[in-house]
Ligand binder design. Structure first.
Ligand code: BG6
Ligand code: MG
Length: 220
């Protein structure tokens, strides 16, 4: 049986709580510029989805049609608001258990990769001081297709020299779990089991998680 060789982590909602900031910025845009609200439940369908695709989904949700130029303006405005929020972050914003889990991963000889569709991924990792913990970083600047397409994770595996069945994906998004599965990797959902129904294992967070327990749970 394959041994885990690489762990591929999503960023927003797994390493930092920026999923909440994305929602805040999109909600402000919907409220102030589009004249409708978006619920937390609807926001689940935006997690892991690229900026342009997220805007398209929001516009479809509110039955609003805009020109490409208007969409560009709104996507930029949302990102400006989002960047204002992430610029206030610091190392204390790393989610509970992440630093310790990354350390355990390294000590176990397992490679660490980032698999995020965000174009803000690198500045965020720098801001929270963990950029150097990653052996490979695949972000929104390196991919052409967002999740649920498996591209981001397949590229991560390739850069880390691992085959898909040697990789584990850590994800908070339904689209991200689908991307991991389509890549042929094992998936760990971070969040609620009733939302992340397709994940191999679902955990509330990585606090106190050991590599051994995880291997057992994933049948490695
Ligand atoms: C993902 C988030 O990680 O990145 C999505 O889950 C977000 O909500 C996407 O839309 C793109 O991020 P950015 O920072 O490039 O707008
Ligand atoms: Mg996420």
């Amino acid at each position: 049986m394959a041994q885990p060789k690489a762990f591929l982590f999503d960023l927003d909602g797994v390493i930092v709580d920026t999923a909440h900031f994305h929602y805040q910025a999109w909600r402000r845009l919907a409220n102030e510029k589009l004249g409708f609200d978006i619920s937390e439940e609807f926001n689940e369908s935006l997690k892991g989805v690229s900026r342009t695709e997220s805007l398209d989904r929001i516009l479809a949700h509110g039955n609003v049609t805009l020109s490409p130029a208007e969409k560009e303006t709104l996507a930029t405005l949302k990102n400006d608001w989002y960047v204002e929020l992430i610029n206030k972050m610091n190392p204390d914003d790393i989610l509970p258990g992440i630093n310790a889990f990354l350390e355990k991963t390294r000590l176990a000889g397992i490679k660490i990769g980032l698999g995020s569709v965000s174009k803000n991924a690198k500045p965020i990792l720098e801001r929270i001081g963990i950029l150097s913990a990653f052996d490979a970083i695949i972000d929104g600047t390196k991919i052409t297709k967002g999740k649920p397409d498996p591209e981001v994770f397949l590229k991560g595996a390739e850069e880390l020299g691992a085959s898909p069945d040697e990789c584990v994906v850590f994800e908070d998004a339904v689209a991200g779990i689908e991307a991991g599965r389509r890549a042929g990797m094992k998936t760990v959902g971070i969040g609620q089991p009733d939302i992340l129904t397709e994940a191999d294992v679902v955990l509330a967070n990585l606090n106190n998680m050991t590599i051994e327990d995880l291997r057992k749970a994933l049948h490695f």
